[in-house]
Design a binder for this molecule. Structure first.
Ligand SMILES: Nc1ncnc2c1ncn2[C@@H]1O[C@H](COP(=O)(O)OP(=O)(O)OP(=O)(O)O)[C@@H](O)[C@H]1O
Length: 261
């Protein structure tokens, strides 16, 4: 059985891409078959996995979704790139923004990505979707296609207001479009435990949302090593295997696996 997880927060720069890469590759290291989907026209996930010029790629998520819209036959191998750390990637580039605009007039526009994911999910144990920093049509498509949502929250600002809007959107999608959608958990990222401020935010997230929504036990520490990996095209397990960020993502991967049971 495949589990599809969207990594979502409409705030930019909170660690969505870094989490998608390192949980995805973490799951692959546990023997799972994993597909990562870049659903952000910035192509950060694509670039983070070593494809530095996403705009040069011929087949991307946008091409595939356009084929679904035009009811063209899709080969499930189309566009899939194989990363050296045993994960597959469906890349994205700037064409995804144009598609989001085009989708405005398409019938059942919230269901386009789901049609593709339902066709390909039999090939994988996990599919992780790295969403763009907005709650627009592309993110709604990802939520409609998913079994659950992982919400990275940067532990350096007051996240409560933005989170309320995000949770409201998730609940609306659940009610109207995807009844099985669950919240995998809130993940605190870039935590600097040397400051009381970070500790304060961590405990505030727990008290505000803990009873309603799972907050992952593991948090991701702030570290320049995490920032460096995006430029290297590989995971934290390859870049700095003994560091605290690799350890945190390894433990988080175990929590995700435990949620499956
Ligand atoms: N634990 C960490 N410690 C320090 N820097 C980090 C950490 N995790 C991610 N970063 C860095 O912070 C920046 C934002 O991270 P990332 O790209 O993962 O966020 P994002 O939410 O996907 O951003 P966007 O919304 O723009 O796609 C990147 O430069 C990344 O390398």
């Amino acid at each position: 059985m495949c589990k599809v997880i969207s990594v979502v927060n409409q705030k930019g720069g909170v660690g969505k891409t870094t989490t998608t890469v390192n949980v995805g590759i973490g799951l692959a290291r546990e023997g799972k078959k994993v597909l990562l989907i870049d659903a952000d026209p910035q192509g950060s996930l694509t670039a983070s996995l070593g494809y530095e010029e996403p705009d040069d790629l011929r087949i991307t998520l946008a091409t595939i979704m356009m084929d679904v819209i035009n009811e063209e036959e899709i080969s499930l191998e189309d566009g899939i790139l194989h990363h050296q750390e045993n994960v597959d990637l469906l890349p994205a580039n700037i064409e995804l923004s144009a598609l989001e605009v085009t989708m405005g007039n398409v019938m059942s526009r919230e269901m386009i990505m789901k049609e593709y994911i339902d066709a390909i999910r039999g090939r994988y144990d996990y599919i992780l979707i790295d969403c763009m920093p907005s709650l627009g049509m592309m993110t709604i498509n990802a939520l409609v296609s998913s079994d659950s949502v992982l919400i990275p929250v940067q532990a350096a600002y007051l996240p409560v207001k933005g989170l309320q809007q995000l949770i409201k959107t998730i609940l609306t999608v659940k009610k109207r479009l995807n009844r099985k959608l669950a919240i995998e958990g809130i993940l605190l990222t870039m935590v600097d435990f040397r400051t009381n401020y970070a500790r304060d935010i961590a405990s505030r997230v727990h008290t505000t949302y803990g009873s309603q929504i799972e907050v992952f036990e593991n948090v991701i520490p702030m570290s320049v090593k995490a920032a460096e990996t995006s430029a290297e095209g590989k995971s934290i397990y390859m870049h700095c295997p003994k560091g605290k960020v690799a350890e945190a993502y390894k433990n988080l991967t175990q929590e995700v696996l435990k949620n499956e049971k």
